[in-house]
Design a protein around this ligand. Structure first.
Ligand SMILES: C[S@@+](CC[C@H](N)C(=O)[O-])C[C@H]1O[C@@H](n2cnc3c(N)ncnc32)[C@H](O)[C@@H]1O
Length: 257
């Protein structure tokens, strides 16, 4: 009798395991879009797979639990942002626009400030720095700020150590002038690194505007991850980062409105 009683107590003590439920990712998708602008409306199954992997890696049993966590814990939310944003980029991507910028910067008689939003892992702002130096713009007459919402991308940008894939568009002359090549690594020299400052920021965060005003704004290949309404909202935010509306924001060719 006593044995039986003890057993039933033990069963009651076992914490109720939350049922595993990775079925409906829509609430996560909605929250992620409202926070970052990034939409998965056309890629629900890709999102579901990615979020399921994210949950399993952290022993999170359901999308509902994850949603509660990311609303509460900054760190988990940042990890999810790092997991779900695409940071594909490379040096001298869509170079024609960088050449156009060089012409404009060369004409300027003042110190020039350039915003690169988003910078991802740094290849774009560093490309701008290299191109300006190559065009004869003096060191010290310009500076560049790169921002991105992905903390791993910002960390890599600050390290500025790249692989072959990133530097594939650069000539051997540019590589030997601005990088130290060691094995499969290309480390950017300090002379270029010092021209760019990075900041982990969400474009839609109200604090974004506090980073200042800029003579030129680059924003390429980010709006493609937003829906039409969010793209227009981002366009206005980015245009307001300019010191004057004389110069258009440089958007990527795929960033159609
Ligand atoms: C494909 S990369 C583009 C990088 C570079 N501009 C280029 O064209 O090569 C897109 C970047 O946008 C960033 N991103 C997405 N939503 C953002 C937001 N709300 N605020 C800031 N960065 C964001 C991502 O983290 C990602 O690094």
């Amino acid at each position: 009798m006593f044995g039986l009683f003890k057993k039933s107590l033990e069963v009651q003590d076992v914490p109720v395991q939350e049922k595993q439920d990775y079925s409906d990712v829509s609430a996560i998708a909605e929250y992620f879009k409202s926070e970052t602008g990034v939409t998965f409306d056309e890629q629900v199954s890709i999102l579901k797979n990615k979020v399921t992997t994210f949950c399993k890696q952290r022993d999170i049993n359901s999308f509902n639990t994850l949603l509660a966590l990311i609303k509460k814990e900054k760190q988990t939310k940042q990890e999810l942002i790092d997991h779900l944003t695409t940071n594909e980029t490379f040096f001298y991507r869509e170079f024609k626009q960088i050449e156009e910028l060089s012409v404009l910067v060369k004409k300027s008689t003042r110190h020039v400030e350039i915003l690169c939003a988003p910078s991802a892992t740094g290849e774009e702002p560093y490309s701008i720095a290299i191109a300006l130096l190559e065009a004869g713009v003096p060191h010290g007459s310009f500076n560049i700020v790169g921002i991105d919402i992905n903390s791993e991308a910002i960390k890599k940008a600050e390290e500025a150590v790249y692989r072959e894939k990133s530097v594939r568009n650069l000539t051997p002359e540019i590589i030997s002038k601005y990088f130290t090549h060691n094995g499969d690594k290309y480390s950017l020299n300090n002379s270029v690194k010092s021209l760019v400052r990075f900041k982990l920021t969400n474009l839609f965060d109200p604090s974004f505007k506090n980073i200042g005003k800029f003579d030129f704004v680059f924003s390429r290949n980010m709006l493609i991850y937003f829906d039409k309404e969010t793209r227009l909202r981002a366009k206005t935010i980015l245009e307001n980062m300019r010191k004057s509306d004389e110069n258009e924001v440089f958007f990527g060719h795929a960033d159609l409105f």
